[in-house]
Design a protein around this ligand. Sequence first.
Ligand code: UTP
Length: 289
Amino acid sequence: MEIRKAVIPAAGWGTRFLPATKAIPKEMLPLLDKPLIQYIVEEAISSGIEQIIIVISSAKSAIQDHFDRSVDLEQTLEQKGEERLLEEVRRIAGLDKICYVRQKEQLGLGDAILTAREIVGDEPFAVLLPDDIFDADVPVIKQMIEVHRRYGGSVIALWRVAEEGTRRYGIVKPKKIEDKVYQILDVVEKPGPQNAPSDLAILGRYILAPEIFQALRVTPPSKGGEIQLTDGLALLLKQQAVHGYEFEGTYYDAGKPLSLLKASVALAVKHPEMGADFKEYLKRLIANL
Ligand code: UTP
């Protein structure tokens, strides 16, 4: 079955970015010249997704405003002759494949995905987390849709981590099937180096079979009271195949201040307009350290 719908959970508190996220959604923080969520929406659209469901909370109306029209702003830009900006502002508002659902209480990523179940219905769907940004020739979720075409079921994005990563990510127990594709035998949330079943971590791109909703409904909350997607996946893979895929591309963590800064620097040096200037600046900065 084709993957037509994507869920973008964006209702979390963003506590790791406080105080920046007190009044601004984490997903609206900029990576160079665009908010994080715009990268994610563009990845979904360029992968052929037809409907995007963004899970928000009452504090996240800036996300809706970003993808809405702003007639006053358009008029001002027109009067000022800012053609390029006007075109960009209209292009973003023209991304009309987006709808929104509210997560009423922040009960975790698994609960956020459950919030979208009515709109998703009984079909496999994509999930993209705005904390994880990829630089890839073929969008990562599109690569995963390809894997789903071959194997069906669910597909999760995998990335090799060093020891430290086993404390920060969900880690899989894999059985290799072909180059870069694994059957997932188990998943463990942040096991640490002693208990990690491999060095393959789960990142924020998923193709999920609709049976995940039933699994999440019966997933008990974790210690912090949240429904974890990893725990739901652990239940799902007991019933049906879940595959892991080591994608082609580079991953940037945008979920905390230092890593977002690193991502900004890495992308800035490659940027067609800012790159040359920024590299000169970096060289001077490093020379003076
Ligand atoms: P995170 O745990 O990384 O996001 O959840 P967070 O809770 O916003 O951030 P911190 O940990 O407090 O700094 C991963 C994704 O799941 C969404 C978040 O918005 C983020 O995109 N999420 C998380 C929800 O939509 N609802 C929740 O209840 C929790």
